[in-house]
Ligand binder design. Structure first.
Ligand code: FAD
Length: 340
């Protein structure tokens, strides 16, 4: 257990890093978060486009774990999240069918990244700071970032970056952790998005207020109507188009423009008959090289290493937002001595 108010660095301000940092901070430790991006969130990312906000990473989340359910109850009470999608469809060889599986799903209001902003409140966050390396000295760990700044000393360092990125940071310090990282494969995902000036036409046989659809054929796996998410009623029609892992891998090095066109064409193929939406006013795509772990690692949901190093993040528990949150929380509890 770190001594009272010991200093701890958390690399990565996605949901795992944030839940880890939050628990340690609330227990009185001096925690400093680092993220290479301009703000917190990681794969809970949203993009502001003229007239619309599109979620580019996780579109919704579920809550199976009791600790996460308890946290979710607080978020729901404060209006930070709301149930979504509640009108879910699936598309396969039999066409469009309503999808119902009794699994509640939730989305942050008014965009996914709003949840991470909330979780980061009151925490010390060095945004825009890509950590390039760690150095162990007698008085603790030092971090060097891409602005040639040195941070430290820290008694402990939690790395919540996806395993391939974490490996680069720890390879020189902890061979066992590095090996564990190499065993965790992350699959990629291309996320396309399309913005429209006019609403999509009604799809024959489909309720006009459909919010999202699982696509079980072709390059796409999920389509979300962002403007049907809670808190976005004033926005125009916008779609997020998520590609399957296999297709994303095959198209990984293509340009974002090519991918956006291909994913939009794939959507058109899934629309019934000759139905055609209005021409999008913006069509673009974002590449996630490390979108989701292929297999969940066995273990407690985190990895402890040498001399106060540790790894957390979705890869150590499962492929979902809730796994990432639980992973960060469990590491913090381990360090706080709550769990053995
Ligand atoms: C397209 C897509 C769709 C998804 N859909 C769903 C869904 O519907 N439901 C669901 O539950 N989950 C979904 N997921 C998975 C979910 O988003 C992730 O499981 C979760 O957000 C991972 O959180 P994390 O904190 O572990 O990692 P991340 O969010 O990746 O956070 C890691 C952070 O580390 C930072 N970082 C990395 N290297 C460095 C460095 N050297 N220095 C500083 N910072 C660094 C990154 O910038 C990032 O912010 C989806 C993911 C993607 C990509």
């Amino acid at each position: 257990m770190p001594s009272p108010s010991s200093s701890i660095a958390v690399i990565g301000a996605g949901i795992a890093g944030l839940s880890c940092a939050r628990s340690l901070h609330d227990a009185g430790h001096a925690v400093t978060l680092f993220d290479k991006a301009r703000g917190p969130g990681g794969r809970l990312s949203s993009r502001r486009a003229p007239g619309a906000i599109v979620d580019l990473g996780a579109q919704y989340f579920t809550a199976r774990d009791p600790a996460f359910q308890a946290e979710l109850a607080g978020w729901l009470e404060r209006g930070l999240v709301a149930p979504w999608p509640t009108a879910l469809w699936r598309v396969d060889a039999h066409g469009w069918q309503q999808h119902s599986d009794d699994l509640p799903r939730y989305c942050a209001v008014p965009r996914m990244s709003a949840l991470s902003r909330h979780l980061a409140e009151g925490l010390e966050l060095n945004a825009g700071a890509r950590v390039l390396g760690l150095e162990r000295r007698a008085n603790g760990w030092y971090l060097e970032d891409d602005q040639q700044r040195r941070h430290g000393p820290f008694q402990r360092v939690a790395i919540s970056a996806p395993a391939p990125q974490a490996e680069a940071l720890i390879a020189a310090h902890d061979h066992t952790l590095a090996e564990a990282c190499r065993s965790l494969e992350q699959s990629p995902c291309w996320a396309g998005y399309a913005l429209f000036d006019a609403p999509l036409p009604e799809l024959p046989g489909v309720d006009g207020s459909w919010q999202a659809a699982f696509i079980n054929q072709g390059p796409l796996r999920f389509v979300a109507r962002n403007h049907h998410k809670p808190g976005r009623a004033e926005q125009g029609e916008s779609l997020t188009l998520l590609a399957t892992a296999e297709w994303s891998q095959a198209w990984l090095e293509r340009s974002a423009e090519q991918v956006a066109e291909a994913l939009y064409a794939a959507l058109l193929e899934q629309l019934p008959g000759t139905l055609r939406p209005p021409t999008p006013r913006l069509l673009a795509a974002h590449r996630w090289r490390y979108a989701q772990p292929l297999h969940a690692a066995m273990g407690p949901g985190y990895r402890l290493g040498e001399q106060g190093l540790a790894l957390c993040g979705d890869g150590w528990l499962g492929p979902r937002v809730e796994d990432a949150w639980c992973s960060g929380r469990r590491l913090a509890e381990r360090w706080l001595g709550v769990t053995g």
